[in-house]
Design a protein around this ligand. Structure first.
Ligand SMILES: [Zn+2]
Length: 229
């Protein structure tokens, strides 16, 4: 049934953790299966002791993408859920009310130490679904419907060249260790099945960057500064 070799689980990096420390709860909420790998796969792979829950809002009824998503979750050691919001070629706008409802239905209602999602402008040359998911998650967090001590938005720009680069000036910029970047690439090629010359494989970021917010007020201030109008 599978068209590629069953990958071995990634070796876990040697991260020391005190057994008495509570396990941080972290969630990733993205539009598509593979977005979590591209934009924050390095963060997930370098924090295997977090309790990760990953939500993808589109492609549940796409047996190929959906199956690959769950295989990726296995390799992260994460739990997760996928929905079936429209993702057709026309990319008709989604109703925010429905999208937010879907997020709340899929995401376990616990307090998260960290929630990650798309940036308001997406990660490359404006992708409507990425922007809509960003708006849904930032709105839910601001309204207190998602409880999280910290919200992080992916921080990438492409300078109009379709090659997203982590923003060095973002609140957090991490150059991934070579080993982690190779594991991330392996996720894109071996698990998600993109060819070695595909756009996804070629752009798999070697650095990851995030905008970080500890309160909705911080987020609103940043949004106003970003778009003063
Ligand atoms: Zn996507």
């Amino acid at each position: 049934m599978t068209e590629f070799n069953e990958p071995k689980a990634f070796p876990k990096p040697a991260v020391m953790k005190n057994v008495s420390d509570p396990v941080p709860n972290a969630a990733v909420i993205v539009a598509h299966p593979d977005d979590e790998a591209l934009w924050c796969g390095g963060l997930i792979l370098t924090h295997p002791y977090y309790s990760w829950f990953i939500v993808a809002l589109c492609r549940k009824s796409d047996p190929d993408r959906s199956t690959k998503f769950f295989r990726a979750l296995q390799l992260y050691g994460a739990r997760g859920a996928i929905a079936d919001m429209d993702d057709g070629p026309d990319q008709n706008p989604l109703l925010q009310r429905e999208l937010q409802q879907e997020v709340l239905e899929l995401l376990p209602a616990v307090t998260y130490d960290l929630v990650l999602t798309h940036a308001p402008d997406g990660e490359y040359t404006r992708h409507r679904r990425h922007e809509e998911v960003s708006l849904a998650v930032t709105s839910l967090w601001s309204a207190g419907a998602i409880s999280a001590h910290e919200l992080r938005l992916f921080a990438y720009q492409d300078n109009g060249q379709l090659l997203p680069q982590a923003i060095k000036e973002a609140h957090q910029y991490t150059l991934l260790p070579e080993k982690i970047w190779l594991e991330k690439q392996r996720l894109i090629t071996d698990i998600y099945g993109f060819g070695p010359d595909s756009w996804e494989a070629c752009i798999t970021p070697k650095a990851e960057a995030f905008w970080r917010f500890q309160s909705p007020i911080d987020l609103q201030r940043w949004m106003r500064k970003k778009s003063p109008n």
